[in-house]
Design a protein around this ligand. Structure first.
Ligand code: AMP
Length: 531
């Protein structure tokens, strides 16, 4: 048995040997695209690999990227791990202080950054550890920086630069978004990426195939883009890169122009895109084979229904920075009558093959599969992290299981339904209230665009739910109407005691609700009738 083909080296070899003519499309500006073939990707990766080696990058060194989903980023995904170095994708939505901390913690030796992101780099340049900075674009803007384009021309695509990588050679470093405490590093070895990519091609996950036109909309700086770039490359799929700063309209244009069959992302992005599709009927035509994978936060029923009404197959999945590929909800849909479609799809789902999941109750016992016993979701599997970089935060792991910080239940089918984040769940009078379920119900109301529910301290009940709501344009609704709407769906004590109407909800760097910010904003909230 040779596990050493489970490497990014193997991905590179396949692109060269088996799929040289497969297509890659990159959006380079307003309505403009560049078209490439896999053969060019392999060639440019080898050129970059040679350039990095000649700059002194050795095996095990970290090379950082600060790039959108662009052609050079895909090149870096192949080049860096193939010289035995570690690609470290920096999240361009973070504050410069966080980036300084992360780059220093990772001891990154080289940075590849695109010109449009230089102002961000300026914000932490004096605290960054980089020995070399490579700029995609005009390098003269940074003293001492090298030009990506010049390096690529200067070096040959000589394969002798490739390292003897093994299945357990470190390949990819990313940091958690750090909503609680400092960001923590997750270091993936080659086999973890290879296996997650392979699993993505399975019919019971997302069945990525040669016939797919994949719009790579999940940021490549986030969770290794779910290992999707590697999955697409091993099967020779058409890859579409949305380029810098893609807006929902850009994503829709690419889906329509390139007849995308696979796209993924957080509900927020696809919510905005759905608004456009409804506002401009007929402007975009989608492939009948298009499937939209919603993940990163809970997919609301209203959003699933809207995309289905556009003729798109919607799949709900769950994952996290430490997981790559975790749970999928569509797997057993065909076993159930159509009226149970949404009940199943709203769950986060069952584990991908070779992933195991269990719920640990708050008193430390494994929860039965009864669809009601709540507890923390724990997962383990070949591509799931079993420690953080440099052994930080060991309490996040129990034996080799990852504590996800998500609170859920498991039903008799083995389907996990998340009801909250551990830190978001509300405990009112000793009983748990799921904020996710309340939010989903609120967002199914025709007058509501977005909703967040948070727990606010209460004298009598310790905590009570407060709903913060954004109305759809031109719509109105009263708190009493909303209360009535929720009473039809939930027990009385779950219904929020107050509704606050705002113009916008705060979001994290990955487009999720920033509940910590909301809790902070409403920490001095006075309930009616209290002093
Ligand atoms: P990140 O590591 O930034 O990708 O965040 C991972 C977290 O996002 C998970 O622990 C969940 O809290 C949340 N998440 C991801 N997918 C889902 C989903 N389908 N439903 C609910 N929460 C999700």
């Amino acid at each position: 048995m040779n596990l050493d083909t489970l490497t990014i080296r193997h991905v590179l070899l396949r692109t060269q040997r088996y799929f040289p003519r497969s297509e890659i499309v990159e959006r380079v500006g307003e309505g403009r695209v560049c078209r490439y073939r896999y053969a060019q990707l392999a060639e440019e990766s080898l050129r970059l690999a040679n350039a990095l080696k000649s700059l002194g990058v050795r095996e095990g060194d970290r090379v950082a990227t600060l790039l959108w989903n662009t052609w050079p980023h895909l090149v870096a995904y192949l080049a860096i791990p193939n010289i035995g170095a570690v690609i470290h994708t920096l999240n361009l939505r973070l504050h410069p202080n966080d980036l300084a901390y992360i780059a220093e913690h990772a001891e990154d030796r080289v940075l590849i950054v695109e010109e449009s992101l230089l102002p961000l780099y300026e914000g932490f340049r004096d605290r960054a550890p980089f020995e070399h900075v490579i700029v995609v674009g005009d390098a003269s803007k940074v003293p001492g920086a090298l030009s990506y384009q010049e390096l690529i021309q200067q070096y040959e695509p000589d394969e002798r630069c490739l390292a003897e990588v093994h299945w357990n050679t470190p390949a990819f470093l990313l940091y958690t978004s750090g909503t609680t405490g400092r960001p923590k590093g997750v270091l993936y070895v080659h086999a973890q990426l290879a296996l997650a990519a392979l699993a993505l091609t399975s019919t019971i996950t997302y069945y990525v195939s040669k016939d797919d036109s994949i719009l790579l909309s999940v940021p490549m700086f986030h969770v290794a883009s779910w290992a999707l770039p590697y999955a697409g490359l091993i099967v020779g799929a058409k890859m579409v890169l949305p380029g810098p700063h893609p807006q929902p309209a850009d994503l829709l244009n690419l889906l329509s122009d390139e007849q995308g069959t696979f796209v993924a992302g957080v509900p927020t992005v696809w919510h905005d895109a759905a608004n456009l599709v409804e506002r401009y009927p007929g402007r975009w035509t989608f492939s009948p084979r298009l499937r939209l994978i919603l993940g990163g936060s809970a997919a609301p029923e209203a959003l699933i229904r809207r995309w289905e009404s556009f003729g798109v197959t919607v799949i709900h999945g769950w994952g996290m920075s430490e997981v790559l590929l975790g749970l999928q909800a569509h797997v057993k849909l065909s076993d159930f009558p159509p009226e149970r479609h949404y009940e199943l799809l709203l769950k986060q789902g069952m584990p991908a093959p070779f992933v195991e999941a269990k719920i640990l109750t708050f008193d430390g016992k494994e929860a039965p599969w009864d669809g009601q016993t709540m507890g923390e979701l724990l997962v383990r599997g070949a591509w799931i992290a079993d420690s953080y970089y440099r052994g930080e935060s060991p309490d996040s792991f129990v034996d080799d299981w990852l504590r996800t910080g998500d609170v859920g239940i498991i039903d008799s089918e083995g389907y996990v339904k998340l009801v909250d984040r551990l830190k978001d769940v509300i405990k009112s009078g000793g009983e748990w209230i799921s904020t996710i379920e309340l939010e989903n119900a609120l967002m199914s109301h025709p007058a509501i665009e977005e909703a967040a529910v948070i727990g606010v301290p209460h004298e009598r009940w310790q905590e009570r739910p407060l709903a913060v709501v954004v109305l759809r344009e031109g719509k109105t609704v009263t708190p009493e109407e909303l209360r009535e709407y929720l009473r039809e769906r939930f027990v009385r004590w779950w219904v929020p005691d107050a509704f606050v109407f705002v113009d916008e909800l705060p979001k994290t760097s990955t487009g999720k609700l920033a509940k910590a910010v909301l809790r902070e904003r409403f920490c001095d909230w006075k309930w009616e009738g209290s002093e």
